[in-house]
Design a protein around this ligand. Sequence first.
Ligand code: NAD
Length: 395
Amino acid sequence: MKAPSLLAPLLRGALIAQTGRPWFVSHEPQDTAKEPAGLAVTLDADAIENETATAQRLAEAFENSRHFAEGAAPLRVRISSGSGVCAFLCAPTCEGVEKIRRGERMPAWTRAHRDTNAARANVVEDKVALVTGGARGFGEEIASGLAAAGAFVFIADLDKQRADNVAAALNARQGKTTALSLEVNVADEASVRAMMETFALTAGGIDLCVSNAGVLRAASILEQDMTDFRAVTDINYTAFAIITKHCGRLMKAQHAAAPAWTTDIIQINSKSGLEGSDKNAAYAGSKFGGIGLVQSFAKELVGYNIKVNAVCPGNFFDGPLWADPRNGLFVQYLKTGKVPGAKTVADVRTFYEQKVPMKRGCTGADVLKAVLYLVEQTYETGQALPVTGGQVMLS
Ligand SMILES: NC(=O)c1ccc[n+]([C@@H]2O[C@H](COP(=O)([O-])OP(=O)(O)OC[C@H]3O[C@@H](n4cnc5c(N)ncnc54)[C@H](O)[C@@H]3O)[C@@H](O)[C@H]2O)c1
């Protein structure tokens, strides 16, 4: 029998293909078989090994199902083969799955082909999203904005406690389960693989991956400890490849069953990925490299309808990286005399704000708009979108 985490994205893809809208597909490890399955599918030996054959078998099963009508999807799907049975609960949203689990009626749903002409504000509604580094800074604001726009968001971070707090706050604000937290080290392939397995078993797959986790360790190249240089490269550059590898596999499986559905991988890059950064080579090099990865992944994954783009924000002066009163960059730059004549943190801030044609730093809301635009725009991939108040202009 195929592992449930390999079947789940194919089942989710089949539901998307049937309905033109996102679904939440949750594996039931202890299927008690009390209730009849809405859809029971038997896989023959070929289909078990082969993604395309499984996708075809699922599509046939849906087409032949008398239960599958508008507003009355199969709530329980059982997929069996000679070697075992896998059971899933399926609903358009996480809330729907929770209702089925409590024995309540699933809310009615309608067909909505949102992948083509969706208005920007609705473009992520009911989609499943991941935000790495979602516990703080830009990541927290992106996760919060996606949840407010109707997405279900996995908040994945090294700092589990903070991720838990962010997810709890979002769920309280939205009055439903709209976010789940996960601990991950994006630079560790085993940790990322385990995270993708959790997505498959919890939601069935993923529509939007925001690879946001990143670090900055600025130093002169004449002085920098190479351990720091490698740490920056591991988290900002290599980790993006690890995330794309495992997220791409999940999206590719969905694609086998839902070939018209578009999914997105978006790297939160930086203006330092477009222009060198003084005494900050490890960071700028890792971000420049990220754009090379974005362009290359975009060319390869377009065949699976996966778009890969980058957002390149300017400095987030209100975020913890800059504004932390103990060790934020404003405090560090004041102490090290990086800004000539600056006597206070406010002087340092003004110095950097004056470098921006629009005279202010970038905000989470600015970055969120760019993320939503990239999802909405289905005729673009491999791009690096600056959000810098005019500080960096593409040539
Ligand atoms: N702050 C800025 O001025 C600025 C400007 C342009 C681009 N960016 C980029 O935006 C992204 C977010 O930056 P920020 O300033 O909001 O960061 P931040 O330091 O405020 O938050 C980063 C989050 O990532 C998490 N994280 C770090 N390493 C991780 C790992 N290995 N695995 C999982 N999670 C990890 C941290 O725990 C933290 O919650 C980064 O990629 C950064 O390069 C930031």
